[in-house]
Design a protein around this ligand. Structure first.
Ligand code: PRP
Ligand code: URA
Length: 206
């Protein structure tokens, strides 16, 4: 499996609160936002930099700026819960949206929206809290590649081993980051122990 589990006590603490069935949507959203910020630090750790001249009040020196534009792509709807945390760390990023929903019977992803900014050769960070069967993430990345994007990373909160395998196989070039690698999927395609339906918990729809 090619996956980075972003290990940090603050992430473990917040994610455990989010897993709790008693947690309200308000708290769930807040912790998701905070974890997104912490994970962005790790997901962007190896970004390329260009040296730039800087004049401090004291002298000339060398500073740095990101070499590539960054595009963040939340998979609707639950991916929206990670967006603001990522943008607070990378405020100049542009944002694309991919609309996918998972058929509850077949578990197959269905596309309903796609709008991607026209940046040239960006680093693209696809965000979605849940990587379950891997169908939605793999389909989203296929859609991005069909539009010419190449340097893609995938960031989620909770991953199932089954989904990581599907995603690695479909897109071996894509680096996958998660806050937790859980045990398995249940017979309904939900992650165990997981946190339930992320979209419903973010938006209070159930
Ligand atoms: C959830 C989740 C992922 C997908 C993961 O979205 O946010 O997009 O399921 O499952 P998979 O790995 O088996 O494809 P859902 O389809 O429930 O839509 P929503 O975000 O609108 O709630
Ligand atoms: N989608 C979710 O929101 N949760 C799961 O456990 C699986 C798919």
């Amino acid at each position: 499996m090619q996956i980075t589990v972003v290990e940090h006590p603050l992430i473990k603490h917040k994610l455990s609160k989010m897993r709790d069935v008693q947690t309200t949507s308000r708290d769930f959203r807040e912790w998701l936002d905070e974890i997104a910020m912490l994970m962005t630090y790790e997901v962007t750790r190896d970004l390329e930099l260009d040296a730039v001249p800087v004049t401090t009040p004291i002298c000339e020196t060398t500073g740095y700026k990101l070499h590539n534009n960054i595009v963040v792509v939340p998979i609707l709807r639950a991916g929206l819960g990670l967006l603001s945390g990522v943008l607070r760390m990378i405020p100049n990023a542009h944002v694309g949206h991919i609309g996918l929903y998972r058929d509850e019977e077949t578990l197959e992803p269905h596309e309903y929206y796609c709008k991607i900014p026209p940046d040239k050769d960006p680093i693209t960070i696809v965000v979605d809290p849940m990587l379950a069967t891997g169908g939605s993430a793999a389909a989203a990345i296929t859609m991005l590649k069909a539009r010419g994007l190449q340097n893609i990373r995938f960031m989620c909160l909770v991953a199932a081993p089954e989904g990581v395998e599907v995603l690695n196989k479909a897109h071996p070039d894509v680096k996958v980051y998660t806050a937790a690698l859980d045990e398995k999927l249940n017979e309904h395609g939900y992650i165990v122990p997981g946190l339930g339906d992320a979209g419903d918990r973010i938006f209070g729809t159930k």
